[in-house]
Design a protein around this ligand. Structure first.
Ligand code: ARG
Length: 463
């Protein structure tokens, strides 16, 4: 029926096959074979629906459904032979189905187009990735909670401008990342809800005259409902964009923790020791232990956000409905998904394996006049001083300590009184870092009681 040199699926009106360059630019099988399972799930649901609606015979649908399982097992065992001439996963699967079951295979594509087919397959693929991301984020949150619980009262310097600001607790710092990941998790779940409408049955762009049941295929594939506009259904890639932007924001968070681990594991900081399992050595400097995993996680945002930008630009200005431009969506999403999952898993491993160096953290916590704010607050509370005056007095005392080459708690009462005569012995109760963090009991504050309360709250959420 079709000429042998032209495409068996759409070559009816073509006298010759494509130029080799045309085939090279057109074929997506090299990457969209990753959607084979989703394609076969979608086709099996479609075949069942066609039979239930009396559009094809039950025996044909049965042969199609069985044959598709054979194709799937060939793909999974690696015996399937992909063909670039067949362009994409959709036509590769259908062509093989034809070889296996013969004539009924030609009935599968009734009331369907590759346009709704690819939108459906890709959505199913992205949805699986959102589910995987949810699990990976929850696991990382678990690792951070363990760290936070162990070090709920370990003091460390808190920074602003990467300058010592006020003492905080290790647990509090870990819990800050838990909150970032909580927001990532909610974006993942939110994106999943919004994307979960089935494009299948939108056909090429206008719907179909066959009496299909879109609710049935939507339900069979785990969608909440069919999408309500066929033009939108085949041209919508919001779900991919939302996946990429969600991944990008999460990757920003991972990159910030990664950067802290790089800094903290340096010889100058020694706040943490990364495990051998998540470090590498240098081929020339025997003493080196490099935080490569953290550095690579820090860098992953580059390609993930790059994918987000790339697909935004592909989609920008595209007229309705499907355009082949949209085939450029998949490699971006595949690459971003792979690297997001890898970054989450590597961070999870690093966080669970790392050891916080309690002594180094405590030593650093006390340096840099980190309790200056506590001193000023004491002047406000004990001496009823306006905060601005207290700030000034404390500044003078910091200058004095700097001149003496000591920290604030090392100044004598006489030295303190030389700047402000009203200061009493009681002030020393707030100058230690332990007293400082213990006093910050406001909701969300760094006090160990607050950190433990947040850890408990999170354990309950996760249980
Ligand atoms: N490989 C194509 C893609 O990924 C499938 C849809 C092709 N549709 C078409 N009308 N040529 O977008």
């Amino acid at each position: 029926m079709t000429k042998s040199s032209s495409n068996a699926m759409w070559g009816g009106r073509f006298a010759s096959g494509p130029d080799a360059i045309m085939e090279a630019i057109n074929a997506s099988i090299g990457f969209d074979k990753r959607m084979a399972r989703q394609d076969i799930d979608g086709s099996r649901a479609h075949a069942s629906m066609l039979a239930a609606q009396g559009i094809i015979r039950d025996t044909d649908a049965g042969a199609i459904r069985e044959g598709l399982l054979t194709v799937l097992s060939e793909i999974e065992t690696g015996s399937f032979e992909y063909s670039a001439a067949l362009e994409d996963i959709h036509m590769n699967v259908e062509a093989r189905l034809k070889e296996i079951v013969g004539e009924p295979a030609g009935r599968l594509h009734t009331a369907r187009s590759r346009n709704d087919q690819v939108a459906t397959d890709f959505k199913l693929w992205v949805r699986d990735q959102l589910d995987a991301a949810e699990g990976a984020i929850l696991s990382l949150i678990g690792g951070l909670l363990d760290q936070a619980e162990a070090g709920a009262d370990w003091v460390m310097p808190g920074f602003t401008h990467l300058q010592t600001a006020q003492p905080v607790t290790w647990g509090h710092h870990m819990m800050a990342y838990v909150e970032m990941l909580r927001r990532d998790l909610s974006r993942v779940r939110d994106a999943r809800v919004r994307m979960n409408e089935s494009p299948l049955g939108a056909a090429a762009l206008a719907g179909t005259s066959f009496p299909i049941d879109r609710d049935a295929t939507a339900q069979a594939l785990g969608f909440d409902r069919p999408s309500a506009n066929s033009l939108d259904a085949v041209s919508d890639r919001d779900f991919a964009l939302e996946f990429l932007s969600t991944a990008s924001i999460c990757a920003v968070h991972l990159s910030r923790l990664a950067e802290e681990l790089v800094i903290w594991s340096s010889a100058q900081f020694r706040f943490v020791t990364l495990s051998d399992r998540f470090s590498t050595g240098s081929s020339i400097m025997p003493q080196k232990k490099n935080p490569d995993a953290a550095e690579l996680i820090r860098a992953k945002i580059g390609r993930i956000f790059g994918a987000n930008t790339a697909l935004m630009i592909v989609m920008k200005g595209l007229p309705l409905a499907y355009s082949k431009d949209m085939q450029e969506d998949k490699e971006q999403v595949f690459d971003a998904a792979d690297n997001w999952m890898l970054a989450l898993a590597a961070m999870d491993g690093m966080v669970r394996d790392m050891t916080a160096n309690r002594e180094s953290l405590a030593a650093a916590a006390g340096s840099g006049f980190s309790t200056a704010t506590d001193l000023a607050d004491w002047c406000v509370r004990a001496l009823n001083m306006p905060f601005r005056d207290a700030h000034h007095v404390t500044g003078s005392l910091v200058a004095l300590a700097e001149k003496e080459g000591c920290d604030l708690p090392d100044l004598s009462l006489e030295q303190l009184q030389s700047v402000c005569a009203e200061i009493t012995q009681d002030v020393f109760s707030v100058l230690s870092v332990e007293a400082s963090v213990a006093s910050r009991t406001s909701y969300g504050g760094t006090a160990p009681v607050q950190v433990r309360a947040q850890v408990t709250r999170w354990r309950e959420i996760l249980a």
